[in-house]
Design a protein around this ligand. Sequence first.
Ligand code: AMP
Length: 433
Amino acid sequence: MVIKAPEGTRDLLPNEALFWERFKRTAADVFGRCGYVLIDTPIMEQTELFVRGIGEATDVVSKEMFTAISGENLKTLLEGGSIKAKSRLSLRPEGTAGVVRAVVQHDLVPLGAPPAKLMYAGPMFRAERPQKGRQRQFNQIGIECLGADDPAVDAEAIIMCMRFFEAVGIPRADMRLLLNSMGCEACRPAYRELVRSYMQQHAEQLCGTCMTRAEANPLRAFDCKNEACAAVMEDAPKITDHLCDDCRAHYARVKALLDGAGVGYIEDASLVRGLDYYTRTVFEVQVDNGMGSQNAIGGGGRYDKLAEEVGGRPTPGFGFALGYERCVLALQAAGMEFPEAQRCDLFVACVDDTTRTAAFELAQACRDAGFACQMDYQQRSLKSQFKLADKLHARYVAVLGPEELSCGVAKLRNMQSHEEQETLLAEVAARLA
Ligand code: AMP
């Protein structure tokens, strides 16, 4: 039986792997212009980090985390024993917690220092039910800015996120930028109580999950996909009507900066996002392209308390992550195809076996001069070597026969113009340039 990739994972075949590399490079360029630099944290972390950072009651932590366990520890557990807390590991379901942990651990934002602006790219893991646009291993690119609570950080990052999507080719007209403020520990608790009592008044119209949520975290009910629940929650009290003065001023400044930059947004008081750590600004970018509820290509927000949750000193932060696979779906819906993975400047074709060694040496000399060269390894006929060169989109083909070899030349054919010229072997590389 053929063994396939695990459910909810996918291979990035060469053309797509090249596209992913370019995608990351574009991010490094766009984000780099705002001062963001790359950080690379482990794919697994202590489970406790996600429990404390993301929140125990979130779907991501309570249902969707993959545990990583050594064979030895698994055996201990199966035999009814227990393992140390530091051996309880999970594959990262998102990137923020790990980056904030690294910032705290390495003191990347000492007191009085400018904010740390960090970006990351790599796989995340969530044990969700796989479907189009929802995988168990997916790639995210994200940024985190730690050490400043200035609304300019929020606005700069949101604009940067939109610029990135445009730079990779997602038309602005296809994107919707949703914006909200989630308040802070001064104003959110009272608001949460308001929502809870509103939900209790409408208990018979809400689903069981929402009513359970009403206890642990009523704001989660805004995310419920059930139509009846959505209708009820539409008339729920709006957080933006209950922000404290500081949060209202922060939100107003973010909006003013976006307005000034001409970046349009839709205020959506029901945008609460699924993770516990957000305070103040949250945003999400959605596309319309038949992806149904998987239409979010990116999102994030401010998390001013997260560093403390993982044991650091108060360090306000802002971050976002975008989903690579969902961007690909959006781009493919707009007609994008992956680039050709292989570059071929020269294909060296042999007329017969007597010229193989010279062909090998010519290819090598041209590679050493910086050109991508290929040749045949399967004793194909000259005709089928030309077919192969076509398939590889070779710019030039050098034909080497016994006659050419005796004169120290090759017939060099330009595959676009079909011009052919006898060229000294020593001058082939110069001609390619
Ligand atoms: P989140 O960390 O949930 O805010 O996700 C940020 C972005 O990652 C989303 O907007 C999606 O584009 C992407 N994403 C989240 N979960 C998945 C998943 N299971 N499969 C594919 N992409 C995902």
